[in-house]
Design a protein around this ligand. Structure first.
Ligand SMILES: NC(=O)c1ccc[n+]([C@@H]2O[C@H](COP(=O)([O-])OP(=O)(O)OC[C@H]3O[C@@H](n4cnc5c(N)ncnc54)[C@H](OP(=O)(O)O)[C@@H]3O)[C@@H](O)[C@H]2O)c1
Length: 247
């Protein structure tokens, strides 16, 4: 029995990295998958083709999650294409690092808009649908940095801490409608986002991880699958850290 048979899921920011692996895992587990991308158009189109082999309904949308109107249109489009929406993974995210004194207003605003406002945008639009069907699951991608902070990432840490507060509130608001909201805080996961880091810095981090290795996208996707499935039907308002023991 596949864990997500008959469910329809949206994964934001799935052209690469963690989002891509979640979309692949969900399709493999029987879900119909809608996913978004923004700048990586070719990768988004390639993923749509790849996932179609799963035999479930698949569609990629070019949609900027940080824009309120685009998020609302996205959810409307998904409903006309798929008829329903059961699971939303708010995964889209960016970094624009810099020490506070050098951080520009634009770096701050961009990261808050893409990482945090996007979660408000997509969750607000999708929750209207889920409230009517009296079921649903939200999984929001935070980071260990949102819990413990990181020098040079004040904007990113604030956005990721904001996701935790937002999600815990929504879990309380929507729980009575059978809508579960949980957060994943990945640690250091190998993707294009972390490929840009200095290998010496990475080595130092790996030494501080109790499991002594970086995580893989599959590690996060597996946790996401658990939270999305009925195996987690009594898990709501929680933060699950996938960080090899870093936190
Ligand atoms: N990698 C890690 O170590 C790590 C650790 C903790 C948390 N996380 C979080 O996990 C999530 C995924 O990270 P990742 O490492 O997989 O990053 P990634 O490889 O850089 O992928 C980011 C994804 O987000 C999409 N995206 C960016 N801005 C968007 C927007 N405005 N609207 C819609 N989609 C947008 C990108 O699409 P386009 O390329 O098409 O623009 C891409 O698909 C992020 O929220 C990140 O903060 C990652």
């Amino acid at each position: 029995m596949k864990l997500l048979e008959g469910k329809t899921a949206l994964v934001t920011g799935a052209s690469k990295g963690i989002g891509k692996k979640i979309a692949e895992k969900f399709a493999e587990q029987g879900a119909n998958v809608a996913f978004t991308y923004l700048s990586s158009i070719e990768k988004g189109e390639a993923l749509e083709k790849e996932l179609q082999a799963s035999g479930t309904r698949i569609k990629g949308y070019r949609s900027d999650a940080s824009k309120f109107d685009e998020a609302e249109k996205l959810i409307n489009d998904i409903i006309s294409d798929f008829g329903t929406l059961d699971i939303v993974v708010n995964n889209a995210g960016i970094t624009k690092d810099g020490l506070l004194l050098r951080m520009t207003e634009e770096q701050w605003d961009d990261v808050i808009d893409v990482n945090l406002k996007s979660v408000f945008n997509v969750t607000k639009a999708a929750s209207k649908i889920m409230m009517k069907s009296r079921k649903g699951v939200f999984i929001n991608m935070s980071s260990v940095v949102g819990v413990q902070g990181n020098a040079g990432q004040a904007n990113y840490a604030a956005s990721k801490a904001g996701i935790i507060g937002f999600s815990k509130s929504i879990a309380k608001e929507l729980g009575s409608r059978n809508i579960r909201t949980n957060v994943i805080t990945p640690g250091f996961i190998r993707t294009e986002m972390t490929d840009v880091l200095d290998p010496k810095v990475v080595e130092g981090w790996e030494q501080n991880i109790p499991l002594k290795r970086a995580g893989e996208t599959e590690d996060v996707a597996n946790a996401c699958l658990f939270l999305a499935s009925d195996l987690a039907s009594y898990v709501n308002g929680q933060v699950l850290s996938v960080c090899g023991g870093m936190l």
